[in-house]
Design a protein around this ligand. Structure first.
Ligand code: ARG
Length: 467
C-alpha cells in the first residue's frame, strides 16, 4: 500500500479514496494509524466552536491584507465564503465532514474548495493553538451571557412565589428537625439570594474577559501589532454591535495559548450555581413528599412508575440534583488535565472542550426548565397550618419571652428545656400547663400571659431583623 500524500487523512471513503485534508503532514514519512487518527480527532465536539472560529478568520484576513499577504479581492472572496458558512450555522444547516481533524481544519478545507490559493494563505502567521483559545473564550462569554439571562428568569419565578405567598408562614428547619416559624417568603428568597450571588459571579466572568489575538503557536506572530489593532478595529466597526466584549492583542503569547483558567473560572461559577440548584431540588423533593407534604409540584414535571400505579415521582428535581455529579466532575476533570502541564500548548488541552460544553448545556437546560417548574409550584397551606400547631416550634420564643422578663438566656434555655421534657413525659401540652405547674419552672410564667407566644404571628413579629 502506498503512502498517503502529505496532508491527507488516513480515513477512506467507500471507494477507498482518502478524504479530508489535514493542516500538517509534510514531515511525515509514515502513514498515520487509522485508529489513532480517530482517537485524536475533535471535530465531533469542537464543531460547536464553528461560529467563533469564523470570527477569528475574519479578523485574521484583514490583518493579512494589511500585512500584504492577501489581496483585497482574495480577502473579499474568503470573507464571502465565511459569511456563507456563518449563515448555515445560524440556520442550523451547517454540516461538517466527520473525517476532518477538527473545526479549524474543517473550515480551512471548506474555503480551499472554492478559493484554493487564497485559502492556503489564510493560515499564515497563525496557529490552531491561538485559534482554539480565541474560539473557546468567545464560546464561554456568549454562553455565560445566555446563562445570566436564564438565571434572571429563575429569579423572577422565585420573586413571584414570594409575592404570591407573602402572608404565609413556613417552618424553618435545622438538622432536618423543626426549629422555628418563618415566613414562606423568607424561605424561598434564601434561594433568591444564592442565585443573585451566582449571577454576580457569572457577570464578573462575562464582563472581565479579553479575547486575544496574535499569540501564534507559542512565540507570537509576524503580523505587526498596529496591523492587528487595525484589523480588530475594522472587525468591530463592521460587526461591533454584536460584540459586547473586548478583543485585544495578546499580552503574553505563552500564557495566551496555554492557559485555561478562564474555563475553570466559568466551570467553578457553574459548579457553585449547581450546588444551589441541587439544594433547592433536595428541599422540594422532601417538602413535596408525603412525609412533609408542604408543596404541590406541577404534574407536568413529574413521572409515574411502571409498576406502582399510585406513584408521582419528582424526577425533574432528582435529575437536577443528580447532574451535580457531572457538573462537579467537569470542573475537576479540567483542573486535573491542566495540573502539571509544561509550558506552553499541549494536546492534553483538547480535552477541555467536552467538560465545558457539557456543563454549559446541562445548566442552560436546568435553568430553562426550572423557571417553568417554579411557576407551577404551590403551597399546601393545610399541612403547614397543622405543623404550626406543634408547640415545640415556639420554644425559643418562650425562652426569649423569659429574657424580656429579666431572666438570663442561659437560665431561660434550661427552664424551657425542662418544660418541654415535662410536657413529653407527662403528655401535657405547654399551653395547657396551669400556673401551678408553670410556677415550678419559673415564677415569671403565667398561663394566660404566654398563650400569645404559641402563634406564628407572634413568632414572626418578634423577629425584627428580618422582613
Ligand atoms: N484540536 C486542538 C485543541 O482543541 C486544536 C489545537 C491543535 N494544536 C496542535 N498543536 N495540535 O486543542
Amino acid at each position: 500500500m502506498g503512502l498517503l500524500k502529505s496532508g491527507q487523512c488516513p480515513l477512506k471513503d467507500k471507494k477507498g479514496k482518502a478524504m479530508a485534508e489535514k493542516l500538517w503532514g509534510g514531515r511525515f514519512a509514515k502513514k498515520l494509524d487509522e485508529e489513532f487518527y480517530r482517537f485524536q480527532q475533535s471535530i465531533h465536539y469542537d464543531y460547536k466552536l464553528a461560529e467563533f472560529d469564523i470570527y477569528h478568520s475574519m479578523i485574521h484576513i484583514s490583518a493579512l491584507v494589511l500585512t500584504g499577504v492577501l489581496t483585497i479581492q482574495e480577502a473579499n472572496a474568503l470573507e464571502m465564503d465565511l459569511q456563507q458558512i456563518l449563515k448555515e450555522i445560524k440556520e442550523k444547516k451547517f454540516k461538517y465532514d466527520p473525517q476532518s481533524e477538527d473545526i479549524h481544519t474543517e473550515i480551512q478545507n471548506r474555503l480551499e474548495k472554492k478559493h484554493k490559493t487564497a485559502a492556503r494563505k489564510l493560515h499564515s502567521f497563525r496557529s490552531r493553538n491561538d485559534q482554539v483559545v480565541f474560539d473557546e473564550k468567545y464560546y464561554c462569554i456568549v454562553n455565560c451571557l445566555e446563562i445570566e439571562h436564564l438565571l434572571t428568569k429563575v429569579l423572577v419565578a422565585i420573586f413571584d412565589l414570594a409575592k404570591k405567598y407573602k402572608d404565609d408562614f413556613f417552618i424553618g428547619y435545622t438538622h432536618t428537625r423543626r426549629a422555628q416559624v418563618i415566613k414562606f417568603a423568607n424561605y424561598i428568597l434564601s434561594y433568591g439570594r444564592m442565585f443573585q450571588r451566582d449571577l454576580r459571579r457569572l457577570e464578573t466572568f462575562s464582563k472581565t474577559q479579553e479575547i486575544c489575538l496574535g499569540a501564534g503557536a507559542v512565540a507570537g506572530s509576524f503580523i505587526k501589532r498596529e496591523h492587528y489593532n487595525k484589523a480588530i478595529a475594522q472587525f468591530i466597526k463592521k460587526y461591533g454591535k454584536d460584540f459586547p466584549f473586548k478583543i485585544a492583542l495578546t499580552q503574553n503569547s505563552l500564557d495566551n495559548v496555554s492557559s485555561r483558567d478562564f474555563i475553570i473560572e466559568l466551570l467553578s461559577a457553574l459548579a457553585i450555581l449547581q450546588m444551589h440548584l441541587s439544594r433547592l431540588a433536595e428541599d422540594f423533593i422532601l417538602y413535596s413528599g408525603q412525609e412533609y407534604n408542604f408543596l404541590q409540584l406541577p404534574e407536568e414535571f413529574c413521572t409515574g412508575s411502571s409498576h406502582m400505579p399510585h406513584k408521582k415521582n419528582p424526577d425533574f428535581l432528582e435529575l437536577v440534583r443528580g447532574y451535580t455529579g457531572p457538573i462537579y466532575g467537569n470542573l475537576i476533570s479540567l483542573l486535573t488535565t491542566m495540573k502539571g502541564l509544561p509550558m506552553a500548548y499541549n494536546r492534553d488541552m483538547q480535552l477541555d472542550k467536552e467538560p465545558l460544553f457539557s456543563s454549559i448545556e446541562i445548566v442552560k437546560q436546568e435553568l430553562r426548565l426550572l423557571a417553568k417548574f417554579l411557576a407551577g409550584v404551590s403551597l399546601k397551606k393545610e399541612t403547614i397550618e397543622e405543623v404550626l400547631t406543634d408547640e415545640t416550634i415556639y420554644a425559643t420564643e418562650l425562652a426569649e419571652y423569659l429574657v424580656s422578663k429579666g431572666v438570663t438566656f442561659k437560665q431561660a434555655h434550661e427552664i424551657i428545656g425542662k418544660m418541654v421534657r415535662y410536657s413529653e413525659e407527662n403528655k401535657i401540652k405547654l399551653k395547657d400547663m396551669v400556673d401551678q405547674i408553670l410556677k415550678q419552672f419559673s415564677p415569671k410564667l403565667q398561663q394566660k400571659e404566654i398563650q400569645k407566644i404559641f402563634t406564628p404571628f407572634f413568632a414572626v413579629k418578634t423577629k425584627r431583623s428580618v422582613r
